[in-house]
Design a protein around this ligand. Sequence first.
Ligand SMILES: Nc1ncnc2c1ncn2[C@@H]1O[C@H](COP(=O)(O)OP(=O)(O)OP(=O)(O)O)[C@@H](O)[C@H]1O
Ligand SMILES: [Mg+2]
Length: 333
Amino acid sequence: MRVLGIETSCDETAVAVVEDGRHVRSNLIASQEHLHEKFGGVVPEVASRAHLENINPLITEALVEAGMWVAEVDAVAVTVGPGLVGALLVGIACAKAVAMALGVPFVGVNHLEGHIYANVLEHGPIEEPFVSFIVSGGHTMLVHVPEPHVYELLGQTLDDAAGEAFDKVARFIGLGFPGGPELDRLARTGDPHAVRFPRAAADRGYDFSLSGLKTAVVRHVKAERARGHEVSPDDLAASFQEAVVEVQVDKTIAAAKDKGVGMIVLGGGVVANTRLRELMASRAGAEGFEVLIPPPELCTDNAAMIACAGYYRLVEGERTPLEVSASPGLQLA
Ligand SMILES: Nc1ncnc2c1ncn2[C@@H]1O[C@H](COP(=O)(O)OP(=O)(O)OP(=O)(O)O)[C@@H](O)[C@H]1O
Ligand SMILES: [Mg+2]
């Protein structure tokens, strides 16, 4: 089954063709980062307009790259939430139009489930039960997945999502937007033990909090400057990153032990972070867990993960009525 996947929940217009939930025939992204950079964040109206301009040519390109006629599409999967309402609506309208014109099945996909299914594209079908750590621009959450499509929320962020915190700290040290990837690069030449930042919300069960850490970074820089000291951006980036990642790894492993599962599955844009990948693989691996991590390009938003997640719902017979609309606040659990 060849599924056309469409993803427009935030600032990436993405279209993919995935065969049988595993083989990526094409996976294209028209990034709008340059449009939002001067605002230091995503502007919803700008995102919607750019999706409108990008989506049709991108669908054509994705089909050409997959070597297919549009009539060879067997089903359409689209992100219906969570995300920006105007942005989601562009992808949904387009997906409905294609499904209706071709008379093929149509399914709405939860973007966060898509982040989990990015793993299937790389590692093949995943067997439940497992604990998943989803960490992205808008989310930080630990979920227990006892069986297919059942999500039990264990904990989430009480304030900033990790990606958001990475972006804010990156901006504070003068990096571009989104700053997460650049901060990651900078941290590679820094000393993670240069500054001992607080391990935030260590006592809050499976919940996370990053606003205090963010403030600690700003305070540290101001205090050092007041003393006439130069702050090394590399050390700052590495120390901040270590403080974020250590707590994430600790809590994920604790949750997996607590739930008695043997597998940990990561998903979301921040999973592209080098240190998170490294520390989770080594620490959880040493504790005997199997750890699934998508390749970096499938961690950040893409439509292949949506086509894949959609495929698994379609083969179970699930269909979404064409009346469906965007669900900006759609929950996973
Ligand atoms: N290497 C990296 N290190 C740290 N953060 C990163 C890295 N690569 C990407 N990010 C961060 O990941 C976020 C983007 O993730 P993703 O594409 O999943 O976000 P989103 O779709 O906007 O959010 P959500 O999935 O919650 O709706 C950004 O905040 C970005 O800075
Ligand atoms: Mg995302």
